[in-house]
Design a protein around this ligand. Structure first.
Ligand code: ZN
Length: 467
């Protein structure tokens, strides 16, 4: 399997650290609001990655954090804690906000057939681990204290910009606001590891005791602490949206590698944006669309999944309801065909057609080529359209593909059997056909059509299905 590693900007052959196993870390949601469908695109990509690795035979352990404290409204440490902002907005406690939106997030995963990670790790459940990591950074000379916070000194860490390949000067521009917030910060691009419950945070609701006084962790620390606690360091693959490269993942990498002197992850993979018109989807403004919004308009959430899989995860994808509509039609067609296949009497003893193996190989190759889902879907459609393939082979291929694309095809019900009159006409027509009396056979096809059914001649005999 080849995957695109953001660290090297190259497609590389995936080689796990431990034979047959993959440790996969995916940055999770900040639970102060619903996820928008742009966020969900990233989670679909990560789900396909996990399923594709399993398709290759790996046992995957996947960990996802849930940010329920410390993520400020600006990724560069300015502004207020998003959870406390959400709490004010809804007049609830930040703990209730976290609980409510975590539940909503898990429901979204379910609707989109995204497998729940092996561990969903809330940041607030890993405070001691985060404190330990900060202590480790102190002992190795990467952390320093001001009256307001503990910071990571990026000037001490060689290769700080390795992942983003930006210039430090570009990054400093974005960090300027924080300089004003804490004049004792050494470099504008240093980032907070721990905020003390003083100054702008003197009333911060979520807080814990630490060697540096009462306070709460900075956002990036949780991922470094949780991944190392649950997957070890290094682990195999770290994923997220491309918006995480410049700040969040850059800082995670600096913390983890600074603390333990080893790489954080072997491979870094990033999903591209979902676009609305010209801009990317954001958690504010009119472009904020949730899965519930789509469902309210009558769409099946899996139509959104199919829409997302229709584009490669590293290409920007523009959302529109027209495109979603097209995906829904395609999904309906796929389901109809699968339903028909399930209704047919299948001869299981037949040996699979050799083209069956070729289709399986093509599907696997598409996934192994840096998760080429558009190509994998094309193979699925080719299977459904291939008249030479037996219903048994078609169904077994489609159901194995569905373990990766996860469009719910295994749950599709059989069609109810056609009425007896229709079945009799079809049998009669088959007799004519066998005796090459095609005019009579065609006349019966018309009659069957008038009853609302069509006949398909397959290698295993005629099949009737509703028009
Ligand atoms: Zn993270």
């Amino acid at each position: 399997m080849r995957i695109f590693n953001t660290l090297t900007r190259k497609k590389e052959i995936f080689r796990p650290l431990k034979k047959g196993r993959v440790g996969l870390y995916t940055c999770g949601p900040t639970v102060y609001n619903y996820a928008h469908i742009g966020n969900l695109r990233t989670y679909i990509f990560e789900d396909v990655l996990e399923r594709a690795l399993e398709h290759e035979g790996y046992a995957v352990r996947r960990v996802m954090n849930v940010t329920d404290v410390g993520h400020l409204t600006s990724d560069a440490d300015a502004g207020e804690d998003k959870l406390e902002k959400g709490a004010k907005r809804e007049k609830k406690s930040p703990w209730d906000i976290a609980k409510f939106y975590t539940k909503a997030f898990i429901a979204d995963l379910g609707h989109l057939n995204i497998k729940k990670p092996d561990v969903l790790a809330p940041a607030t459940k890993f405070i001691p681990e985060q404190i330990k990591l900060i202590e480790q950074l102190f002992s190795r000379g990467y952390a320093y204290e001001t009256p307001r916070a503990i910071y990571f000194d990026v000037s001490k860490f060689k290769g700080y910009m390795r992942l983003s390949r930006q210039k430090l000067a570009e990054k400093s521009v974005r960090a300027r606001t924080e300089v004003v917030e804490d004049p004792q910060k050494r470099n504008p691009h240093d980032f907070a590891l721990w905020f003390k419950r003083v100054g702008r945070f003197k009333n911060h609701i979520m807080h814990w005791a630490s060697p540096w006084g009462v306070g709460f962790p900075g956002w990036h620390v949780e991922c470094s602490a949780i991944s190392s606690a649950l997957l070890g360091q290094p682990f195999d693959i770290h994923t997220g949206g491309i918006d995480h490269i410049a700040v969040h993942h850059t800082n995670e990498m600096a913390q983890s590698e600074g603390a333990y002197g080893r790489p954080l992850a072997k491979y870094w993979m990033h999903g591209e944006f979902l676009l609305m018109g010209k801009g990317k989807m954001a958690k504010s403004g009119s472009s904020f669309i949730t899965l519930a919004d789509i469902v309210k308009k009558g769409f099946d959430p899996l139509a959104y999944r199919l829409f997302v899989l229709g584009a490669h995860y590293r290409t920007p994808l523009t959302f529109s309801y027209e495109a979603l509509h097209a995906a829904e039609n395609a999904l309906a067609k796929m389901r109809r065909t699968v339903s028909m296949l399930k209704s047919e009497k299948i001869n299981k003893t037949r040996t699979p057609n050799s083209s069956s193996k070729i289709y399986m190989r093509k599907f696997s190759e598409a996934l192994a080529d840096d998760l080429n889902t558009p190509k994998a879907l094309a193979v699925l459609w080719n299977v459904l359209d291939d008249m030479a393939l037996s219903p048994h082979d078609k169904l077994s291929l489609v159901l194995s593909f569905d373990k990766v694309v996860a469009l719910g095809l295994k749950d599709i019900k059989k069609l109810p059997p056609a009425p007896l009159t229709v079945q009799k006409l079809a049998a009669e027509r088959e007799l004519y056909r066998r005796h090459k009396q095609f005019a009579q056979a065609d006349a019966l096809r018309v009659k069957i059509g008038a009853l609302g059914y069509s006949v398909e001649d397959t290698p295993e005999g005629p099949v009737v299905h509703p028009l």
